[in-house]
Design a protein around this ligand. Structure first.
Ligand code: ADP
Ligand code: MG
Length: 275
């Protein structure tokens, strides 16, 4: 990593809800060195993806989403646009009829979701992303299922990032608030020490304050060197923290650009950001 692109103009600056410990140096990410540098391409890309569910019609049409090293990429768009479908396609839960998925320069289009986790993908789906009857700590332990080494350090790092989870570690996750459950879901994904993190609507159903707080934690995770590809329904706020943004409409790329560009684009503003 060179420099820190997140230092200045992002996230919320309300000290009362910013994690006092900070997490800038947390090595949550698996060290993968530069043994397989992507040959110029993005770190993770679903390129020209076409496909749907089972034998059903295509939902995605030549859809491309990507995230670069050290960056946050955000996918926005109306309900039913195919945002979750695009995430599932990148994670290997869809049989693509066209296009491919590459991680760190390697074509992983044919791999199962499980194999992609082993390769370094962490995915937090939009729904059913925690085990509600298990405790917070058991959820984190489940997240480490692919690991055979000692993962207690990673758990400590997740608790540093989300101190409330440490407090509630013996409680069933189903008893937590919406924002806390999302922290469990993100923490669970971090337990594999992913090289890239995919989040589908991590702030769904939470208050604006909790949303800001979750965004701050997500920025902190990015600062540890884990690129983040996320879907967000809070389009304006998400684009504010995004290096790259994609607007999907009916399974197609409608607009893409830097977060700043999209926020300034009159058509994007009018159609997707409420003016
Ligand atoms: N499991 C599924 N089986 C069949 N169709 C689905 C499934 N999940 C989503 N769809 C359809 O795919 C389209 C895109 O849905 P989705 O990707 O969930 O949109 P978004 O996340 O942008 O709201 C919708 O028409 C939806 O009905
Ligand atoms: Mg969705």
């Amino acid at each position: 990593m060179t420099g820190n692109p997140y230092q200045d103009d992002r996230g919320n600056k309300d000290a009362s809800i910013v994690n006092p410990h900070g997490a800038g140096s947390i090595p949550l990410r698996r060290d993968h060195g530069d043994a397989h540098p992507a040959p110029g391409g993005p770190f993770l890309v679903g390129q020209g993806m076409t496909g749907g569910y089972g034998k059903g019609p295509d939902i995605l049409h030549d859809c491309t989403v990507a995230v670069e090293r050290g960056e946050i990429a955000v996918i926005v768009g109306p309900n039913g646009a195919g945002k979750s479908t695009a995430m599932k396609a990148v994670f290997g839960m869809l049989n693509l009829r066209g296009g491919h998925v590459r991680l760190d320069g390697e074509d992983i289009t044919a791999l199962s979701p499980q194999a992609r986790v082993v390769k370094g993908m962490g995915f937090v789906p939009q729904t059913s992303n925690i085990f509600t009857s298990m405790t917070v700590e058991e959820n984190l332990e489940m997240g480490a299922f692919i690991r055979t080494d000692d993962f207690s350090d990673t758990m400590t790092q997740v608790y540093d990032l989300f101190p409330i989870l440490k407090e509630k570690r013996r409680q069933p996750a189903g008893e937590l608030s919406g924002g806390q459950r999302q922290q469990v879901a993100v923490g669970r994904a971090l337990m594999t020490r992913p090289k890239v993190l995919m989040l589908d609507e991590p702030t769904a159903g939470v208050s604006p304050i909790v949303m800001d707080e979750l965004f701050d934690r997500i920025i902190e995770v990015a600062q540890t060197g884990i690129p983040i590809l996320m879907v967000e329904q809070n389009a304006r706020q998400a684009l504010e923290i995004a290096d790259k943004g994609y607007v999907l409409v009916q399974g197609r790329n409608a607009y893409s650009g830097t977060g700043k560009d999209l926020l300034a684009d009159p058509d994007v503003r009018k159609s997707f950001l409420g003016g």
